[in-house]
Design a binder for this molecule. Sequence first.
Ligand code: ADP
Ligand code: MG
Length: 250
Amino acid sequence: MSLVRVEGVTKKYRLGDQTVVALHDITLAFEEGVFLAIAGPSGSGKTTLLNIIGCIDTPTRGQVFIDDREVTGLSGDALADLRARTTGFIFQTFNLFPVLTAAENVEYPLLQLSEVGKDERGERVKRYLSVVGLEKYAHHTPNQLSGGQRQRVAIARALAINPRIVLADEPTANLDSKTGKSILDLMKRINREFGTTFIFSTHDRHVMAMADRLVRIEDGHLARLAMKVDEHWQQVRTGKNTHKRREGAT
Ligand code: ADP
Ligand code: MG
C-alpha cells in the first residue's frame, strides 16, 4: 500500500488573463518510511507538488490518495483535520511565531488536537525538543536562536503531532552548507529511528545526495524517479524512457 499516491495531477494557476501550468500530469507513489527528495530548479513546481501532497492546495485535475483514501474532493474542514493529524510542515523560512518561545511554538499544532491534553502536550514538547537537541532552549524566542536552531524548533514542531509524513520545502535554503547538512542529518536520523516519512524539496545537489529516493521535476514535468542503491542512483521510472541504468549521485 502506498502512503501517498498522486495520479495524473495537473495544477494550473491563473495570473490575470494568463494561465501558468505549474504541474503537468504528475503520477507517482511512495510507501511509508521513505526519505525522498523532490529536486528541480526554481519555478519547476516543487512547492506546488508539496502543497498538493500536504493538502494545502488542490489540483486542477487528477487525484491524490493518502493511505489509499482519496483526499481530492474532501471539504475544507475535512482537509484541515487530515492535515492537523497527518502532516508536519517545515519551511525554508522556518515560519515560527516570533512572540512564542521554542516550547510554545512546538506546542502550537497540538492545540488543534482536542484529544491531546495539557500533560501530554507538555510531554511531547519536552520529548521533541530533546530529539532535536534543544531542551536547554525551551524558553528562548526565535530571535534568540540561530538559523539552524530555529529550523530544529520547526522540526520539533512538525514532529509534535506524531505525523505520518513530514513535508519540508527547501529546509536548508536559508542555512549555510554546514548547518544545512546537520539539519539533513537530523531529519535522516529521525527517519531511521522513528520511521517517519520525509519528503523534502531542494535544488542543492548535496542535499539531493542525502535522499534515498529522488524525484526530479522540470517545468512541471516529472523528469526522473530514482532510487539510491549502494550510493548510486538507479532509475526506476521516467515518462520517456523506462530502461534502468546506474548513474552518479548528483
Ligand atoms: P518551485 O517551488 O520549484 O520554485 P513553484 O511550485 O513555486 O516552483 O512554482 C511553479 C510555477 O508556478 C512557477 O512558474 C510559479 O511562478 C507558478 N506559481 C506558483 N504559485 C503560483 C500562484 N499562486 N499564482 C500563479 N503562479 C504561481
Ligand atoms: Mg518553492
